[in-house]
Design a protein around this ligand. Sequence first.
Ligand SMILES: *Cc1c(COP(=O)(O)O)cnc(C)c1O
Length: 417
Amino acid sequence: MSQQKVYYFDNNATTRVAPEVVDAMVPFLREFWGNPSSAYQFGAQVHGHVEGAREKVAALVNADPKEISFTSCGTESNNTAIHSALVTTGKRHVITTRVEHSANINFGEFLERRGHEVTYLPVESDGSLDLHLLERSIRPDTAIVSVMYANNETGVVFPIEEVAAICRSQGVLSHTDAVQVPGKLPIDVRRLGVDFLSLSAHKLHASKGVGALYTKRRTKFSPYVFGGHQERGRRGGTESVANIVGFGRAAELAMASLEDENTRVRALRDRLESWILANIPNTVRNGAKEPRLPNTANIAFDFVEAEATLMLLDQLGICASSGSACTTGSLDPSHVLSAMGVPAMRARGSVRFSLGIYNTTEDVEYVIEHLPRIIQKLRDISPLNPAHPDNDKYDVEAARRKHEADLAAATGEAVSA
Ligand SMILES: *Cc1c(COP(=O)(O)O)cnc(C)c1O
């Protein structure tokens, strides 16, 4: 594979593996490749490094190492928490939100097909959650409430401490998907008071294929992956040693980079966002300004399709996205933006820029230099644009309706008025 310079603005999808993390991993691929469950020294010495990584990941969220189990990814951690709650409580109702990662949405749909009931809480137009509604949605047969800590598409942060307190007062388990949070906000499971919390290594500058699930001490647990006695019986499968060791190193680095992320990276994000909103007409931010992750900007560019914008950005080596990687290539507008009541047209023109510690001022200025021309070019040829030069020959509303109908036909969704 060849590699031109990339201007990477998709850190909520995945992150560059930190060089320090690669260095920590390599010995466990080259030399110390033994099985940590083996009795002989060559394997057993590896076990110590897995436990060292567990301590570091525990420290990242202020947990006890015994409360951390390694999984294969954030998705598995989410599925495991919900599955465990259903099994240990024997109850059948799950509460989550409409703006969760597909890890939760699609697992919820599977559970519904299997006879469970799932409530997907709506959100306000700024992406925030109505806690009274959450409280009123809890039923005697509710097993668990799963609410994400920070949204991967908009960066909007939910009040997890309050969610967990409501759950505790009603005797219901709580889980939070904190995959987007490490390195961006401090995480303290003791303060949060949740029963389960999910992490994923590749969102914090470690490798893909390893995640972690925090399970509060004394919270009943039932495994999701059955096999050997790894992870103290909580998750079968030989440990992904190099990935786990890298995850441990990345956890240390994430704590150290909190300040950079909240000063320099935040300033870069703010510069990019406020420049676009001030200088490119017909743009709006999706989601509340605060509380929000310091790295994420989700901006709607009216009268253009995000897929076209992203393609032209890509030609310049700029990586951004139209929401979650999971919806790329589909005509459906983002389920997150839809849940916020963003009209489908506007949602389909929305682009997410998610920055990280490797972004520089130069990266941001490069986007600022090129973006206006890209948007102008697309608007010039867009029949959706009221300022289209052919507008007098053109019924904009009719074009808009036809466009909506075409998309509805392609996606099978209902046409909204
Ligand atoms: C990326 C992401 C996940 C999934 O993590 P994987 O390790 O890729 O399975 C889950 N939740 C959120 C909020 C994410 O951003």
